[in-house]
Design a protein around this ligand. Sequence first.
Ligand SMILES: Nc1nc(=O)c2c([nH]1)NC[C@@H]1CN(c3ccc(C(=O)N[C@@H](CCC(=O)O)C(=O)O)cc3)C=[N+]21
Length: 291
Amino acid sequence: MSAQILDGKATAAAIRTELTERVSALKARGVTPGLGTVLVGDDPGSHSYVGGKHRDCEQVGIRSIRRDLPGDITQEDLEKVIDELNDDDETTGYIVQLPLPAHLDANAILERMAPEKDADGLHPTNLGRLVLNVSAPMDSPLPCTPNGIVELLLRHDIHLRGKNVLVVGRGVTVGRPLGLLLTRREINATVTLAHTGTVDLERHLSEADVVVAAAGMPGMITAEHLKPGAVVLDVGVTRVVDPETGKATLRGDVAQDAAGVAAWLSPNPGGVGPMTRAMLLMNVVEAAERQ
Ligand SMILES: Nc1nc(=O)c2c([nH]1)NC[C@@H]1CN(c3ccc(C(=O)N[C@@H](CCC(=O)O)C(=O)O)cc3)C=[N+]21
């Protein structure tokens, strides 16, 4: 048996097609949505992700605003860029690509963003609305990766009501907000949030109906850990550079052999990554529709 594929690439492409129509409708009303990106430094992975976001924008008709800044920029100068984007009428929504270099205070930057322009759903106000359960679809943005995971499952007709979902990783962009989203009444999953302090991860894995691997540890989840028929989403991504050739490859948290045991598997690449980008576009379009 081999798992059925949760095809994030195709699902994201379908969502982009739907968004193209919504963007056209906005333009007919005289509103052109614009996505801004703030990229600090020259990390090749971050550059490649930001490039992908701008390509997506072009495809659906969203205007791109790009601020590429030197790696040694001061907190003060970065805050000036944030203030400019908050005031810029062409920028409907924007993101600050994470991680920022260690000398910068990322939380202070996120907090300085205008919450209604937060395309990542990571502003404290928007995360707070998620906790308070007031961010119904159209009221405020949801974090892109958790929202992309839910959308990917729903569009494959996989429902989580009453399921045991194990989320591995408590990061601010994926694990922590995903737990909040999946325990909403409309989804009603039972969530276990595992992290580096978890004792007996193997027992949790063996009991999980759904595993979301967002730890950033290449190949950590293998076939022998999984309950047969589990739904497995491979979210963590690590850029592994071959020391001999210098060639970089992206590796997920789930080992190849998981496909022999899981009922459904989201590959990496080609799974949750493209969905994350599609949800970013969705947040920008919804912000423009709210204007
Ligand atoms: N403020 C902020 N928001 C983010 O959403 C954010 C971030 N910072 N920092 C880094 C992580 C990582 N992330 C990915 C998004 C898409 C793919 C993606 O589309 N990957 C493709 C492959 C891309 C390639 O080949 O380069 C795939 O999975 O098929 C991957 C990773 C967003 N992040």
